[in-house]
Design a protein. Structure first.
Length: 150
């Protein structure tokens, strides 16, 4: 089996932490797809969230990781895409519940509010926690419903 490809992207606010998390993912054996940004020069977070969210939405990859200052802007963009469930997680407990109950397939980290150690703990929890399934399946399916689709 080839290693799982996992995209990761950030704006300038998340750049330094993204590089550390990308190295961590590579050390775990993932095929890391670093979608930028490539420096601390000011950038626009949507430019990085759209390509990653598209990959997840189209099923090209199973999951991905985004970082910006608060995590909010990246999550707004990613959650506009069908089948994307992007969770901002600021503790391992939030990441665990985002997987167990919400089947979150994009992890969004608030880079300006986390230490490297905290971010690594959140990432590892998100990577290693399965979806609980069961009663959460119909709830997750209802996420995609809109007024128009009912
Ligand atoms: C950049 O200053 C900041 O606005 C961005 O990283 C993010 O927090 C937006 O939601």
């Amino acid at each position: 089996m080839p290693p799982e490809r996992i995209p990761i992207a950030s704006d300038h606010a998340g750049f330094e932490l993204k590089e550390k998390l990308a190295a961590h993912l590579a050390s775990l054996g993932f095929d890391v797809e670093n979608l930028g940004t490539s420096s601390v020069a000011s950038t626009d977070y949507p430019d990085y969230a759209h390509p990653l969210a598209k990959e997840v939405s189209h099923g090209d990859v199973e999951r991905g990781v985004l970082l910006c200052g608060t995590g909010l802007g990246m999550s707004y963009v990613a959650n506009r895409y069908p089948h994307v469930r992007a969770a901002v997680a600021w503790t391992p407990e939030v990441a665990e519940m985002a997987r167990r109950h919400n089947d979150a397939n994009v992890l969004v980290l608030p880079a300006r509010l986390l230490t490297e150690e905290a971010a690594l703990a959140i990432l590892d929890t998100w990577l290693n926690t399965p979806f609980d399934g069961g009663r959460h399946v119909p709830r997750v399916e209802k996420i995609e419903r809109t007024e128009d689709s009912e």
